[in-house]
Ligand binder design. Structure first.
Ligand SMILES: Nc1ncnc2c1ncn2[C@@H]1O[C@H](COP(=O)(O)OP(=O)(O)OP(=O)(O)O)[C@@H](O)[C@H]1O
Ligand SMILES: [Mg+2]
Length: 347
């Protein structure tokens, strides 16, 4: 079924750029060579969390609740469940890892199964609405928050996920670990009975942030200019992720990008534009993870769905329009209306 029955017209592209030119000092803007070519075991050892592995396991053995804060991509979601399993913590039960979006749960389960060199649905599985890829063997289970809530209806103490101790057969402590790169740690620590906060240091890649010199009245035009500026200047293997506010905007900009890319000079390589938003069918959402042919740049136009825990390898540039759609209560109007808000966020 088409998702956009009355597509808005493609936007006109104005040449010129409201931005700083990309600074091409070697090694400055262009991130260092990725380590995707390394064997997956070695990639795991390069993650910042690996340095803290034994310390973390010791802490997590003793604690029932903890809050863990660490940079995005440091390895919280993919590594901690494996560390717990390898250390025998919770082996009698199941380690559940919740994610706010199904696309995150599915892709993370796939990655961890690959790291564990096992078929998805055996040791590592996932459960999302209408899809359960788990088996009695599954010990590391990625799931959406909604699925855990649904399970809690039938099993309010979540006994499947409890850590049974040999000496205390009757006690079923449930370990709860809250992990994030951006949360308000004090708030969460208070809520979980003053749970200790563990800080994880280090990030995987250097990051450089560039801002527009002036506020942009037309943020779509500004995003478009940035996409093509990068497309003309950066190596084709450096993919681009653009944050926009919703389906209509994404589909319109996708059409504009595809139109423009057909009329670029020959020295400019091809471009694949992939949309990502919540109402896209799940199979189409997973397209963002597919590699593009050599020499072709991937441009992902996404809502903040791409902000939640997913890793898309190949992305070297993020263009953040700083805008997001948010619900707002307006007395006298319909109970909740959707507005576009300027939202300065860390991505
Ligand atoms: N689907 C994937 N494909 C390739 N590499 C991946 C994938 N998922 C994770 N990785 C690798 O594992 C690293 C750790 O990812 P992980 O999701 O555990 O980070 P995180 O600390 O949970 O980040 P966030 O705070 O964004 O959720 C990534 O930086 C990336 O190198
Ligand atoms: Mg994560």
């Amino acid at each position: 079924m088409p998702h956009d029955p009355a597509p808005p017209p493609a936007k006109k592209f104005k040449p010129g750029s409201p931005f700083f030119r990309l600074n091409k000092k070697p090694g400055m803007l262009l991130p260092r060579k990725g380590n995707a070519a390394l064997p997956i075991d070695v990639q795991r050892k390069h993650l910042p969390i690996y340095q803290a592995k034994s310390q973390l396991i010791n802490q997590l053995r003793q604690l029932h609740n903890a809050v863990l804060i660490g940079e995005t991509g440091s390895g919280k979601t993919t590594q901690i469940p494996q560390y717990l399993y390898e250390a025998g913590i919770g082996r009698q039960g199941v380690v559940a890892v919740t994610q706010p979006r199904r696309v995150a749960a599915i892709s993370l389960a796939g990655r961890v199964a690959e790291e564990k060199k096992t078929q998805l649905g055996k040791l590592v599985g996932y459960t999302v609405r209408f899809e359960d890829v788990t088996s009695p063997e599954t010990k590391l289970k990625f799931m959406t928050d909604g699925m855990l809530l649904r399970e809690a209806i039938g099993d309010p103490l979540l006994q499947r996920y409890t850590v049974r101790k040999r000496r205390e057969q009757n006690k079923f402590p449930l370990k709860v670990l809250i992990m994030s790169a951006t949360m308000d740690v004090d708030l969460f620590s208070q809520y979980f009975n003053k749970a200790p906060v563990l800080y994880l240091e280090g990030r995987q890649h250097p990051i450089q942030v560039f801002y527009t010199k002036q506020p942009q009245s037309d943020y779509l035009q500004a995003a478009l200019v940035s996409i093509f500026q990068i497309h003309q200047e950066a190596p084709p293997s450096h993919d681009i992720l653009v944050f926009l506010t919703g389906q209509e905007e994404i589909e319109a900009l996708a059409r504009t990008c595809r139109d423009i890319s057909k009329h670029l000079p020959e020295n400019c390589g091809p471009m694949t534009v992939i949309p990502l938003y919540a109402s896209l069918p799940p199979a189409q959402q997973l397209r963002v993870f597919q590699p593009t042919p050599k020499g072709c740049r991937k441009v992902i136009l996404s809502t903040n769905i791409a902000e939640t825990s997913i890793t898309i390898s190949g992305i070297k540039f993020v263009i953040d329009t700083g805008m997001v759609k948010a619900k707002k209560y307006n007395p006298g109007e319909s109970p909740l209306s959707l507005f576009r808000h300027c939202f300065v966020c860390a991505k």
